[in-house]
Design a protein around this ligand. Structure first.
Ligand code: PGA
Length: 252
């Protein structure tokens, strides 16, 4: 098992409205994380901004995309292929975000995308998470199935390019995140699922958490939740707050 760095991912979704603002946020985040060494920071702007911001990215800041299509070229109106993304130094791709699943993306599509992304050396941030929690524990079966389907056929040698982003849908965009204690239980469960799938190599897969992360809960979620990092929506568009979260996690 390789020792991996912590990972903080900013998912900008369909924001900001103008490319100048995108450039500004990148510049400010970059300044704010100058001394960061133990953490990888990924920003995932909308596709159309990738080429304009790409030249500003260098470690510890990495460029990510919010999705990638699994074919390399052809008649797929509106899609952007994983090979196109590579040209702009894109190293991470969010796959299977719940907002995309809501628009019709299936486990099978997520699986094809994960395999495509890792096949060319990029890292697939693979999103899973239940829409609600029932007392009978059905949600655990749901999470297990999502992970199993998404990672089906991923070569063992590529597991260090797989991140499982656990994002309970009820916490995304919400006022409050899940509790670090509940996250701890779930991260243990996800680790067990990964061990069932990949045995001793399961530790190559990083697990991160997403859903209403901010500077008041970030370090406890990572520390007590026992995860390798965070996937952050709203707060990643606020450079000061985002940098503060990164520094808190770096200090753990
Ligand atoms: P949020 O979004 O941080 O705004 O809750 C998280 C996500 O959707 O990835």
């Amino acid at each position: 098992m390789k020792r991996q760095k912590k990972l903080i991912v900013g998912n900008w979704k369909m924001n900001p409205q103008r490319v100048e603002d995108a450039k500004k946020i990148v510049g400010e985040v970059k300044k704010g994380i100058r001394n960061v060494k133990k953490t990888q920071v990924v920003l995932c702007p909308p596709f159309v901004y990738l080429s304009s911001v790409s030249s500003s990215f260098k470690a510890p800041l990495f460029l990510g995309a919010q999705d990638a299509f699994y074919e390399t070229l052809g008649s797929f109106t509106g899609e952007v292929s994983y090979t196109m993304l590579q040209q702009f130094k894109t190293e991470f791709v969010i796959v299977g975000h719940s907002e995309r699943r809501k628009m019709g993306e299936k486990d099978e599509d997520v699986n094809k995308k994960v395999r495509a992304v890792v096949s060319c050396g990029m890292t697939a941030i693979t999103c899973v998470g239940e829409s609600d929690r029932d007392h009978g524990g059905e949600y655990l079966h749901f999470i297990r199935k999502q992970i199993t389907d998404a990672l089906n056929g991923v070569p063992k040698k590529s597991l260090s390019q797989v991140v499982v982003a656990y994002e309970p849908i009820w916490a995304i965009g919400a006022k409050e995140s899940m509790t670090p204690r509940d996250l701890h239980e779930t991260s243990i469960f996800i680790k067990k699922v990964l061990v069932d799938l990949f045995g001793t190599l399961a530790g190559d897969v990083r697990i991160i958490y997403g859903g209403a992360v901010d500077r008041t809960n970030a370090d406890r979620l990572v520390k007590e939740g026992n995860v390798s990092g965070l996937l952050i929506g709203r707060e990643s568009l606020k450079p000061k707050e985002f940098a503060e979260i990164i520094k808190l996690v770096e200090a753990i």
